[in-house]
Structure formats: C-alpha cells, structure tokens
Design a protein around this ligand. Structure first.
Ligand code: GLU
Length: 551
C-alpha cells in the first residue's frame, strides 16, 4: 500500500506537516521541574464543584512547581454543548479565585502562545497529525456503519469475547487503495482509526502522581481518531493538544484511568513524550449511610453557582477545598493562621486516592472561621457585593448608613477569639436585623423561662442607661440592678448557693439583652446599645415592659 498516496487521497486539503506545529509551539522555557497543567472542561455552561476542585488541584500543581496553568475548552462533543457554555465556567473559576491567565478567558477570547485553546478551532491541526499517521501506515479510514458496528458488538458479546474494533474484527484495517478510493468516490462516510500496535498480552505501566503505580493491559483497539465529520475523539484531541500545548502533567478525573493505555499508545505512536498523569477521585457525599458522587441532578451544592448565590466568600470555599485536597492542610492552617493559601506546600502525593467527602457543615465551620478573621470593612464590602446581586432591599438598608453598618459588623471583631456567627453573606441579614427597625420584629417570648416576667419588668423600669458610660461604668450599672431585685452580681456566689438568689448578673443582662434584641445570644451588648442610641433604647425598654406586663 502506498500510504503517502492514501494520505493525499484522504486529506488533500491539508497542506501542513507536523513539524510546522512543532516549531510554532516550541517547548515552554520554564525552570527544571516546573509543571504545565490545564483544566479542560466541556462547555456545558455549568461548573461542578468537582470541576472547580480539579481546576484548583491542577493550578496548585503548576503553581508549587513554578510552572503554568491554562484553560482549554473541549467542545468536540456537540451533544453536551450549550449556547455560550464558556462564560459560566470562566466566571465560576474566577469567582472562586482561579484566574485564568492563559487559554480561554471568555466567550471568543483567549490569551497565550499555544492557542487556539478551543478544540473546535483546531480541526486542521488534528487533521494534519491524522494525515501524518496515515502517511506512516499507523491510521486508516473505516467505512463501517453504526449498524455494522453494533451488530459486531452484539456478536462479540454473544460469543463472550472482548468487544470492540480490533484484530480480525477490524474489517477496514486492510482495505486496498482501490477499495478505499471506490468507497470515497461513492461518498461513503468514513472515520479515521488508529492501527493499534498493541498485543493481547502486552502490558503498560505508569506512575500516577496520585494513585501510584498502575499496570494495565495494553490497548489493542483500533480506536477512532477522527469521527466521520472530521472531529477528533477525546482521545486523539487529548494527545495532540496536550502535546502541542506542552502539558507536562495531566490532572483530570479518575474516570479517565481506564483510557490511559489508549493515551500512552497514542503519544508513542505520534512520537510524543508521554505526560505525567494525576487522576483525581470524584468528590463524594454521604447519603443514607453510603457514599456516592455529588450529583448535578440531585445535589444543588454540586453547582459552583450555589456557593456564590448563598454568599459563601471565595476565601472560604477555597479554604475548604484545600482541606479536601490535602489531609495535612488543617494542621498547617492551625500553625499558620495568617498565612496565605498560596504559601501552603500543596502536594499531589497527599491527595485522597478514593475520593474526599464533601460536607456542607464542615464548609460552614471553615467559613465562619474565615469570616471571623476578616475586618468589618471587608465583611461590609463583601456583604454589599453579595446583597447588591441577590437581595437588593437588604443592600439598600446597609448602604443607607454605611458607618452604622460598619460599626455593627465591627462588634467583637479583632479580638483574640473573634465570634464565629456568620458562614455566608446571606446570613448577615438575620445577624444584624435587630439594628434596623425596618426589619426588626420584637419578640416578647424570647425571655428565658427561668426569668420571671415581673422581675424583668421591674429591672427594666429601674434601669437607667447613660450615654456617656464607658464599658465598665455600663456594667457596674447592670450589676447595681442585681441586689434590689434578689439577684447577685457574683456568678460564683450564685453557683455556690443557687437557692439564695433569683439569679445572677448574667440573667439581669439577659433581661436587657432580650429587651434590646429579642435574643439571648448576641455580640457585646454594650456596643449594641451604643449603636442603637438613647431614643431607640428607651423605645425598646418601653415596648418590652408593655409586652411583659401584658402576660
Ligand atoms: N473534557 C474532559 C472532561 O470534561 C476533560 C478531561 C481532561 O481533563 O482531559 O471530562
């Protein structure tokens, strides 16, 4: 067979040769050991938290090695595509701190020297390399119809032999040039298949950077490289793109592990260096006592959008993903409270082999901690940004008096042990609601059972708030309310002899706290009252007396 002639027959429109692309996309000049990684989603318009996780791991792998990370869009599967499926992905990544500096940066925009970074724009490149394989006798056209292929599969299954297009079943493997040109003249559609050099008992081994050493049977299938419409399969595009974009470490979901023998074979057949692989186990969720994958269909928290809508700060989501990424992260964090995430010595080797468990409760705890260390300015700024998009009436309320809003959010901040009340910006509304008469609804039932209402009324009637009191003076005034009403200012004394008193100073504070906020647990009451101001304090005391006297 004259393969040269066959290549011309099949790809008469392709004039380029691989060397041209090899020269155009020269190896990257990076320090030794630097890794080039990528995130390569399909443009489904939807970013799964597992996708974000994968992108993060990929980026960290590049970052810790001083390498590069880029975003490639894999749009060869038209079935999975939606209109503008790219912007949502790019936004999802940037919302959570993964800024793309190479590759696709938005709908129809990209940066970098290794583009185009969208597969549908690379069809001529794939054809050039497929043509070269045909020229070298390593690929051939296959005219089998889908019907023929499924019949063959059925037969193989019936006979209980490995199903697929290989060996004696690869019907088009040895067609003559004449047969091929006759078919082509007759307009019969054809795919381009690899002429697999694999043997039944051949083995392939590779060292996965997460899973360790893996040995698998060699690929023997004459897999499709280009489909009948000339579009490459995932396998072929992966090989060509990751080679020409000079990816040195392919970080991707572990559903691809079973395809690695195909990929290694393709890289070798094409004469390319095989990249390193790091296969990530999917993020799991506990459900009904068992573990399952986080599902796009069943779990709203599978979509990255869920976190922006609920108002989780990107810092929290990232911090949480780090805990899932490396089990030693939490110890590191405890020892390095103020360090940047980028200082963490991330390692692929410390990733879970079987799949990290996703736990919203844990995310909330992590987030409360992250937010507790933010300044009031930061909390206000981020809450405003969230509210502007998702709760405009709350936004209006907060911006109407930004100084007051900031003071509210500043209570109990910047302490050695800051309060951890807020996990997401949507919770700030509830957290600050009692400061705003527009939304505050006093609740007279909030007084705990152990405090007698008549006593509470008497305490409030006797309470004399003074605007100029400092915190100590303020507290002394609260203590002074104790004895006249049968309470003790001394908690220890109360504990030693509880029957001798109606309660202690904490209960007296609770009376005032509930009158002010309708809550028993709030940040520092002195600060709250400073912000509420004299008129409001008087109004609330009056209202509480009226409500408690009624019952
Ligand atoms: N486009 C593939 C997917 O969405 C990416 C796999 C890879 O990273 O190579 O599953």
């Amino acid at each position: 067979m004259d393969y040269e002639k066959l290549a011309e027959l099949l790809f008469s429109d392709i004039k380029t040769i691989p060397e041209e692309y090899e020269n155009k996309y020269a190896p990257r000049s990076l320090p030794k050991g630097a890794r080039v990684t990528r995130f390569a989603p399909s443009p489904t318009g939807y970013l799964h938290i597992g996708g974000l996780f994968s992108a993060l791991i990929s980026k960290l792998t590049a970052d810790v090695s001083g390498g590069s990370f880029y975003l490639r869009i894999e749009d060869t599967d038209k079935k999975r595509e939606v209109e503008d499926g790219v912007s949502g992905i790019v936004k999802g990544l940037s919302d959570f701190g993964i800024d793309v500096t190479e590759g696709v940066t938005g709908l129809d925009s990209e940066v970098g020297d290794y583009g185009p970074y969208t597969q549908s724009k690379r069809v001529d490149i794939y054809k050039c390399f497929a043509k070269d394989l045909v020229r070298r006798g390593l690929a051939y056209p296959c005219f089998c119809t889908p019907k023929e292929l499924s019949n063959m599969r059925e037969e193989q299954e019936k006979d209980e032999i490995t199903s697929g297009y290989y060996g004696e079943f690869a019907k088009c493997r040895n067609l003559s040039f004449e047969e091929i040109s006759k078919n082509i003249s007759a307009g019969i559609p054809y795919a381009i298949r690899l002429r697999s050099p694999g043997t039944e008992d051949g083995k392939v081994t590779f060292d996965d950077l997460i899973k360790g050493k893996i040995e698998m049977p060699e690929n023997i299938m004459d897999i499709v490289l280009l489909k009948t419409d000339g579009i490459p399969t995932y396998h072929f595009a992966h090989c060509i793109d990751d080679h020409l974009m000079r990816t040195s470490c392919v970080v991707r979901g572990d559903e691809w592990i079973s395809s690695v023998p195909i990929h290694i074979q393709l890289f070798r057949v094409c004469g390319f260096k095989v990249p390193k692989y790091a296969h990530i186990a999917p993020i799991m969720k506990l459900d009904d006592g068992g573990k399952r994958k986080l599902s796009k269909r069943k779990d709203p928290e599978a979509a990255v959008e869920y976190y922006s809508k609920s108002g989780y700060p990107k810092e929290s989501v990232l911090e949480y993903l780090f805990t899932l990424a490396n089990s030693n992260f939490e110890d590191w964090r405890r020892a390095n409270q103020d360090a940047l995430l980028s200082d963490f010595p991330f390692s692929l080797k410390k990733m879970s082999v079987s799949g990290a468990l996703f736990d919203l409760q844990k995310l909330n705890d992590v987030s409360k901690n992250v937010i507790s260390f933010m300044s009031a300015d930061e909390v206000l700024e981020k809450t405003l940004a969230w509210a502007k998009e998702y709760n405009t009436s709350f936004y209006e309320l907060l911006v109407a008096d930004e100084t007051k809003s900031r003071e509210i959010l500043n209570i109990d901040r910047k302490k050695a042990k800051p309060r951890k009340d807020i996990a997401k910006w949507s919770e700030v509304l509830e957290y600050v609601s009692y400061f705003f008469n527009e939304i505050y609804e006093a609740d007279s039932s909030a007084l705990p059972e152990n405090i007698n209402r008549t006593d509470a009324v008497e305490i409030l009637k006797a309470y004399n708030w003074n605007a100029t009191d400092d915190k100590d003076e303020w507290f002394q005034r609260v203590k002074d309310l104790c004895e006249p009403f049968g309470f003790t200012p001394n908690v220890k004394e109360y504990k030693e002899n509880p029957d001798a008193f109606k309660g202690h100073v904490g209960d007296v504070s609770t009376v005032i706290r509930v009158a002010m906020t309708s809550r028993t647990n709030t940040p520092d009451l002195y600060s709250i009252m400073q912000i509420l101001g004299e008129d409001e304090i008087k109004n609330r005391i009056k209202a509480a007396i009226a409500a408690w006297e009624k019952k």
